[in-house]
Design a protein around this ligand. Sequence first.
Ligand code: TXA
Ligand code: MG
Length: 313
Amino acid sequence: MSQETKTLTPNAAGITQAAELLAQGKLVAFATETVYGLGADARNSKSVAAIYEAKGRPSFNPLIVHLRDASAARRYVEWPDTAEILASAFWPGPLTLVLPLKTEHGLSSLVTAGLNTVALRVPAQPSAHQLLARFDGPVAAPSANPSGRISATTAAHVLSGLGGRIAAVLDDGPCSVGLESTIIGLDQTGPTMLRAGGLPQEAIEAALGQPLKHVDGAEVIAPGQLASHYAPGASVRLNAAHVNEGEVLLGFGNMPCDLNLSPSGDLIEAAANLFDHLHQLDAMARPIAVAPIPQHGLGQAINDRLHRAAAPR
Ligand code: TXA
Ligand code: MG
């Protein structure tokens, strides 16, 4: 069903309108510091179902619930010491915590996909915080892109993927981090890295004073973990030492190339540019070669996304 997608400005009037649309059960895409999210009232199953429909997403995938602060989070989940440590250190920010649900949580079972845990995040983007405060409730929001495609880091990316399928996008410019949040599972077995993302593993381990556990791909229920994901239409070749005939080159560091993630070799800048550069190269409809990216800091999440973009489909 096609509808007009409004572009809203993140001033008081735009935030109010976005919050009212959410309260009416509509879908509103909004900027966070990581990527744009496609938001719906997390207590309203019809609205959450509309997210899956708009994205064309397999319905067994659980969603992240966005909240204004940690005290809002504690209403929904058990709160171990590790949650307190990580929330005080990194919220608001690019970190999602997966925690055991309390009974009577009131969230739609479509958000949790029937699991007894839920993924929670407090975004740092001021306009996202204002929207969550104004709406005054939990907002389910996956990344605002059609399922399996490149994540959106500008309102233009959102409109090109989901325009006509959602009520509005709150346009707050390009995302500063540019990679989805890092997801940490906190249960009896200890802190586990479920998805590499915008907060480096090293920072989380330093705050916890212990190494994170990792899960094998096979066990992971996070669909961001599906092998082919973030996929441009064209093929992607990694760790390219040279460009083949007909390819476009995505560079890193001081080198000749078609687009450069960071000419100075800065991983933070490269993360912020990653999805936008993939969108631009995708539009050229030629095979994409990617220069090697170091694996430390945000390089871990950048390489994770690039491997999924390059995976056989
Ligand atoms: O930065 C982000 O995290 C963005 C912005 C919009 O906040 N959101 C995002 O959402 O990336 P999405 O839906 O594209 O990815 C959510 C990930 C999925 O891989 C999902 O499986 C995982 O979170 N997830 C959600 N609930 C979970 C749970 N209970 N246990 C394990 N993984 C869960
Ligand atoms: Mg996504």
